[in-house]
Write a protein that binds this ligand. Structure first.
Ligand code: CS2
Length: 398
């Protein structure tokens, strides 16, 4: 039996990695929930099984999860599982990597600084550095987050931490495959719980995609439908700039137009052509080998966004903008001067300004900096500075 130890048990992981692994033979999966015990408590009541409500296909009962470990009680058990796992995977969202805009670990970030004291980690990065130090059997560390070069980013974070903490890792036995992950998975609503009868049910779409760099240090499951490739970058850029870029445009511009859901925003007569332009502009920045996929991919994305049954909230996508925009918007704007992307960035700025003016704290790890920036004489300039994108100020001002 192979073992996957997975950090981050939000809806996305439960609709993606866990669904794929449930369909593969011979693997167990133990989850780690670092930030709260709520998911562990809910799942433990039902033997860690839960319903995946796949839109248009019905319910699949996912039974692959063996246990969920949480802090502070299970720290030793987490290290024990790290010593045994063949694969350590993660969905901790963009901010869980604690990297600065130059891609290096933020050693002065309070959570990282606290992990560096050696009193028992509480971040993924701290766990990986301490847990992998001294381990000699092969292990693959698999990021399933929406970052460019997610495996490389995770490796840099762990290496920076290990260097600062004076830890020795056996890098020859470790691999950090890059991966592109895709499945639109909204938060669970009361309606979903009521229909399925499972309080821990996860709603998701039928579509699902996973492209992984073929770079595993040890064994891996025979996950159905996964593409193993030499270079993930073209797929990753396609997905981040076209799907996620369009999502963020719909979120900020849609909220500005007082809409609530993705399916409403994509039918809005102003937003729909903007999204089509953004996808065409983003498509032009992609490597040659995926160019022929661009038109069909764009059309398929629009159809996915139109799906009313997912009830995907725009404010869910609007979260953590400072962490998302650098991959989703800025490269397309730099490379093409896209008017649609500039509109998206302006919508993000307007969202930051109006939320702050209403006295609401943004759901963003840089919320305090953002709130301060909105008070400056030139809020757009100050906000772009926060995300390392001062160079696109003129394009944003138009
Ligand atoms: C969304 C993503 O919340 C967001 O930022 O853009 O979670 C998106 O739904 C997924 O990446 C789809 O695979």
């Amino acid at each position: 039996m192979g073992l996957i130890l997975h950090f981050g048990l939000g809806n996305f992981a439960r609709a993606h990695l866990l669904d794929y692994t449930d369909q593969a033979q011979g693997w167990d999966l133990v989850g780690v929930s670092l930030r709260s015990t709520a998911i562990r408590d809910g799942l433990a009541q039902q033997g860690f099984d839960y319903d995946l409500c796949v839109q248009g296909q019905g319910v699949r009962r996912i039974r692959v999860l063996r246990d969920v470990l949480t802090l502070p009680d299970d720290r030793d058990a987490i290290f024990q599982a790290m010593a045994e796992a063949d694969i350590i995977s993660a969905t901790v969202t963009e901010k869980g990597y604690h990297l600065d805009s130059a891609g290096r670990l933020q050693l002065d970030d309070p959570a990282i600084a606290s992990d560096l004291t050696g009193q028992g980690p509480s971040t993924l990065i701290g766990f990986l550095a301490f847990g992998l130090a001294g381990r000699n059997s092969p292990v693959s560390v698999l990021s399933c987050d929406n970052r460019v070069g997610n495996g490389d980013a995770l490796k840099t974070a762990v290496a920076d931490f290990a260097a600062a903490a004076g830890l020795d890792l056996n890098w020859d036995r470790l691999s950090f495959p890059n991966a592109m992950v895709d499945r639109i998975t909204p938060a669970t609503t009361d309606a979903v719980r009521a229909i399925s009868g499972d309080p821990m049910a996860v709603p998701t779409e039928a579509f699902s995609e996973w492209v992984i760099e073929d770079n595993f240090a040890g064994p891996r499951p025979d996950w159905p439908g996964v593409q193993f490739v030499k270079d993930v970058a073209p797929h990753e850029l396609r997905k981040l700039r076209m799907l996620n870029g369009a999502h963020s445009l719909l979120a900020y511009a849609g909220l500005g137009r007082e809409l609530t859901y993705v399916h409403e925003a994509i039918r809005d007569p102003v937003l729909r052509p903007l999204v089509q332009d953004l996808m065409a502009d983003a498509g032009r920045t992609l490597p040659d080998e995926v160019q022929d996929q661009v038109p069909n991919y764009a059309a398929a994305l629009i159809a996915r966004f139109e799906n009313p049954e997912l009830a995907h909230r725009l404010d869910q996508i609007a979260m953590d903008g400072s962490q998302k925009l650098p991959y989703r918007f800025i490269p397309t704007l730099r490379e093409t001067g896209s008017k649609a992307v500039a509109e998206g960035v302006r919508a993000w700025i307007a969202y930051c300004v109006s939320e702050t003016a209403k006295g609401r704290a943004l759901n963003d790890p840089l919320a305090a900096d953002i709130a301060r920036a909105t008070q400056q004489d030139e809020p757009d300039k100050a906000l772009l500075q926060i995300i390392g994108a001062q160079d696109v100020l003129a394009a944003v001002r138009g």
